[in-house]
Design a protein around this ligand. Structure first.
Ligand code: PEP
Ligand code: MG
Length: 605
């Protein structure tokens, strides 16, 4: 989807003459950043090439050897079945991996590269394993040829182990613009400590977790730039315009002048904390809308509160898993949940249990699935590996004692999963009480984000205290369109009639049952979409903290009755295109001052 144009103007660097190139992608996080390219490699574990000082070679070799030991220890634990339940077949795979890690010739080749080329261990691992992989791929013997898969696995495991030390491998200049094929949320959390100027990726979508995080961290981002990795090297100058999806490689003086003004403006707005809306969140005709924050990393609630958030509508607890590179201990979870609940106070926090897929546990068991979005994930994974689920529920029960904490179950497809989870909660409460440990009585909610849950919403509502509408996954699963896949981004249509009708059905059913329905997908944080939600009767919206000021302006600037007239008409339409046309016509006619420049976030290309 990237469009490209190259201008005649030339910029000269020491080694090459580079043309200024304009690439057009999809804007997924607002703002402008100018800096130097930092090229990220790797998939599960991401890293970049770093030249080290002669004096650092010794410690880099030490770091590498420690990583090999850690990887070997993990493999031993897994093949003995200590960490996860693994089949005999898987166990023999891990034994093969162990043999590779005991192969001196492989290890000394990596050490030679660290020593001779003075590069970081990650880069040396990549160079050597890539060479082995391409050699294996050329072999005639099918059995031997397939060993390249084992090598790729070993490479990932070593890279992961290298990142497992206390010291983050990411230390780079403050003006770096990260360029990658795609970016993992865990990498982004690490990168954020070094304040990257912007992010550019080949692949991703508006609702990809990494870009949800980028928006929360105010890092401008553009995605959908297919082939960009072939056009850049680390150190190249680059401009990223996250308002319009424009990327400029090797910018000339004119572009630099122009974009520096926008960059300064963006930095000033962020520093000033955006404009904060005053007053109550009530529509012109008196309908109160409660605005909550979504939290995806620890520091997030600070500005959410300043913007006027009423508590946390969705706490994605997976960040604890990402930060700890595995399941956090019960003590750590109790402390984290208590901390956020104390910070938020009376307004309360809805903590979602781990929404992970089995592939994300890969440093433990390296299980890859063909269709992870349809695989062993979220509530299914929790119910299948009960040990971790029980630990998290215990932590939540303890943390909720005298605190406003609620529990949200992700990816509920029907009532049976809710009943199973509630039974575990009952059992854990009983056992805690038996041990004289005080517990709270948290409300239980279900994420409604799988189409089957929409169809059995009335039955679900009988089982829970509230529901949370996860529109990101709801769009993905209703339309069978991967939310992380740039090639199908055009088909990710939040305004598809099936999406709107499902949302309406859930909102109406919840109102009928007298239970809250919190809309917490990215739809809630987009000004134009939030007006549609309000028109459909939503009164609880939970969003990225940085979206709060713009959505509050919408809430205070529209009349619910007027919006409802429009949404009634939208619900009769047949295509997303027709819906969009009518929305634009009605809303810009009535409330031009609110939506004049609004580009639909999943249409921004
Ligand atoms: C959603 O699916 O809309 C949601 C809120 O959850 P997540 O984005 O974490 O999948
Ligand atoms: Mg979801």
């Amino acid at each position: 989807m990237s469009k490209e144009s190259t201008q005649e103007q030339k910029t000269t660097s020491t080694h090459k003459v580079s043309l200024e190139a304009f690439l057009k992608g999809r804007a997924v996080s607002r703002g402008v950043g100018i800096g130097k390219v930092l090229y990220l490699h790797g998939q599960n574990r991401q890293f970049y090439r770093r030249v080290i000082e002669t004096g650092q070679v010794g410690s880099e070799l030490k770091r590498f050897r420690a990583a090999v030991d850690l990887a070997k220890q993990q493999l031993k634990e897994i093949s003995n079945g200590e960490k996860e339940a693994v089949s005999e077949n898987q166990s023999s795979i891990f034994e093969t991996h162990l043999l590779f890690l005991e192969d001196r010739s492989l290890l000394s080749k990596i050490e030679d590269i660290i020593r001779d080329e003075r590069v970081n261990a990650e880069w040396a691992v990549k160079l050597v394993t890539d060479t082995y992989v391409s050699r294996y791929k050329l072999l005639d013997d099918k059995h031997l040829r397939e060993k390249y898969i084992d090598l790729q696995d070993i490479s990932e495991r070593l890279l992961s182990a290298l990142g497992g030390g206390a010291e983050s491998p990411f230390t780079f200049d403050k003006d770096s613009v990260v360029v990658a094929k795609e970016i993992n949320p865990s990498t982004l959390v690490e990168l954020s400590q070094h304040s990257p100027k912007a992010i550019v990726t080949e692949n991703g979508g508006w609702t990809s977790h990494s870009f949800i995080l980028a928006r929360e961290m105010n890092v401008p981002a553009v995605t959908g730039l297919k082939g960009v990795l072939r056009k850049v090297s680390s150190g190249d100058e680059i401009i990223v315009d996250g308002y319009n999806g424009q990327v400029v490689l090797n910018p000339g003086p004119e572009s630099l002048d122009k974009y520096r003004i926008s960059e300064n403006q963006f930095v000033k707005t962020v520093d000033a904390g955006f404009e904060t809306a005053e007053g109550d969140d009530v529509t012109l005709d008196g309908v109160e809308v409660n605005i909550h924050a979504n939290l995806d990393y620890p520091g997030g609630y600070e500005h959410a509160r300043r913007f006027g958030a009423k508590g946390v509508g969705l706490y994605r607890s997976e960040f604890l898993f990402n930060q700890n590179k595995g399941f956090p201990s019960e003590e750590l979870q109790i402390a984290s949940y208590k901390k956020v609940a104390d910070l938020v106070g009376e307004e309360g926090v809805a903590i979602r249990t781990f929404d992970l897929s089995v592939g994300e546990l890969s440093s433990q068991a390296r299980i890859s699935e063909k269709n992870p979005a349809l695989g062993l994930k979220a509530i299914r994974l929790s119910l299948s590996s009960e040990k971790q689920f029980r630990r998290q529920l215990r932590a939540l029960l303890i943390a909720s004692y005298q605190r406003r904490v609620e529990i949200v179950l992700p990816m509920i497809s029907g009532v049976a999963e809710i009943r199973a989870a509630k039974e575990i909660i009952r059992e854990e409460r009983k056992s805690l009480t038996k041990d004289s440990i005080e517990t709270g009585n948290p409300g239980i909610g279900a994420m409604i984000e799988v189409p089957s849950a929409v169809f059995v919403i009335d039955e679900i509502l009988k089982e829970v205290d509230f529901v949370s509408l996860g529109t990101n996954d709801l769009v993905q699963y209703l339309l069978a369109v991967d939310r992380d896949n740039e090639s199908v981004a055009e088909s990710f249509q939040t305004l598809h009639p099936a999406v709107l009708r499902s949302v309406k059905l859930v909102l109406d059913s919840a109102r009928g049952a007298g239970k809250p329905a919190i809309v917490c997908g990215e739809m809630a944080g987009s000004p134009l979409y939030s007006a549609i939600l309000i028109g459909m009767g939503a009164t609880e919206l939970s969003m990225n903290p940085n979206s709060i000021p713009r959505v509050r302006r919408v809430v205070q600037g529209i009349a619910q009755e007027e919006a409802a007239k429009t949404t009634d008409d939208l619900l009769k339409l047949a295509t997303a295109g027709e819906v969009e046309q009518l929305v634009r016509a009605r809303f810009s006619e009535n409330w031009a001052h609110l939506f004049n420049y609004e580009v639909l976030p999943d249409k921004n290309s």
